[in-house]
Design a protein. Structure first.
Length: 413
């Protein structure tokens, strides 16, 4: 690492673009369900369909985009995905102003946004690997993680205030503009991107769609991490959905208290991300990955015991603080491990397969636990998910794998 861990002007633009779009996303957090309910008078089934179907169909659309992007320059793809999201989101305030907004339009925009987001994430990982030397990847991923948690803290409160002052589509407009600014930031990155590897075949074949999954399942380290992440993320998101029902319904918490219960603990993510690199330097990547992966699984079961009043609110905040701190350590270490173990010519396909699977598993488990919550009640369903989460460390890598062979396509920026 360089003195002060300076990652250069080009990374600075990429980081700024990431932070801008992340802030826009959190400003608009919950905007689509709110618009569906308040403007289109949608019922619970339609709101659930908007969240689940948009993510699921978007993931399906993104599947063929991974192999397509792999053999193209990544920076134009990043700009294109940002502009696609900008254009799609901009149709919402435009249609609202004209009085022609429909539920079908909300659903279509959510599909486009989900597919573009998955493709952007996959391409950005591949681009980051060409932009920085391997020794800087953990620092870069930790900065992305810190930025993510920072925008989680400030975005929803600002978004709520904007909706109160300017109406339900104000934050969607802000989100759209954030993607335009992100595209301009990526456009400002200088230098020439290395040429991607040539496509082995003239046309995209059906088998090419599975290349990302093949690489993940063939790697002794990535394979358990992949299943661990898909199950952990899905169960945690299922708990969050049921916790909202429990806190805002049975326990009678106000919406601002519910928001506070998740915004304040996000500070733990900042500290966790800052500690990731020093911990890896002292204990090694594998030990930190396993330890933080185990510790993050211990917290969610405590949410089944939340009660009313101040004590319940403090319990939720304490559990979330511990969970988010451990995730703040785990996430950048995992992201770095994934990049290190994936050759440059497979990064986009691998990250695309990874994200598609985690999004699909999250949608599925959220739907299943929604049914369980209706049958058993939210508290027993949360407890069941918490117990299952205690088993997720069994899917972590058992031992440190051999270092991957040097990637001939990588270079030092």
């Amino acid at each position: 690492m360089r003195s002060g861990h300076r990652l250069g002007r080009d990374f600075g633009w990429l980081w700024a673009a990431y932070g801008t779009s992340a802030l826009g996303t959190w400003l608009a957090f919950g905007a689509f369900p709110l618009i569906a309910v308040q403007v289109l008078h949608a019922g619970p089934a339609e709101v659930a369909a908007l969240s689940a179907a948009g993510a699921a169909v978007g993931a399906a659309v993104a599947v063929p985009l991974g192999p397509w992007v792999e053999f193209r320059h990544k920076r134009p793809v990043l700009i294109g995905m940002d502009l696609a999201r900008f254009a799609a989101l901009l149709t919402i305030p435009a249609a609202y102003a004209l009085g022609v907004l429909t539920f079908a339009q909300l659903l279509l925009v959510s599909v486009v946004s989900a597919a573009a987001d998955i493709t952007f994430r996959a391409a950005s990982g591949a681009y980051l690997k060409t932009l920085l030397p391997a020794g800087d990847l953990l620092v870069a991923n930790a900065r992305f993680e810190s930025t993510s948690w920072t925008t989680t803290i400030v975005g929803p409160p600002l978004g709520g205030a904007a909706i109160g002052l300017l109406g339900p589509v104000a934050t969607v407009l802000a989100d759209a503009v954030s993607y335009l600014l992100s595209a301009l930031g990526i456009r400002a990155i200088g230098g020439r991107e290395p040429s991607p590897e040539p496509r082995p075949a003239a046309r995209l074949r059906a088998g090419d769609l599975l290349d990302g999954w093949r690489h993940i399942l063939a790697d002794a380290t990535l394979r358990p991490l992949f299943f661990n992440t898909a199950l952990f993320n899905g169960l945690v998101m299922a708990i969050d959905a049921l916790l909202a029902v429990l806190m805002l319904g049975e326990l009678g918490f106000a919406p601002w208290q519910y928001g506070l219960a998740f915004a304040v603990p996000a500070i733990g993510g900042l500290f966790g991300a800052r500690l990731a690199r020093p911990l890896v330097a002292r204990f090694g990547q594998h030990r930190v990955l396993v330890a933080s992966g185990v510790l993050r699984a211990l917290w969610p079961a405590g949410l089944a015991f939340v009660g009313p009043g101040t004590g319940g609110l403090v319990l939720v905040m304490a559990v979330e603080l511990g969970l988010i701190f451990c995730c703040g350590v785990f996430n950048p270490v995992q992201a770095t491990c994934r990049l290190e173990r994936t050759p440059s010519g497979r990064v986009t396909r691998t990250l695309s397969a990874w994200t598609v699977t985690t999004r699909a598993s999250t949608a599925l488990l959220t739907a299943v636990w929604g049914v369980l919550g209706g049958l058993l009640g939210p508290r027993p369903a949360i407890a069941l998910a918490g117990v299952l989460l205690l088993a997720t460390p069994l899917l972590l890598p058992r031992r440190a794998a051999a270092a991957p062979s040097p990637d001939p396509a990588s270079h030092l920026a």
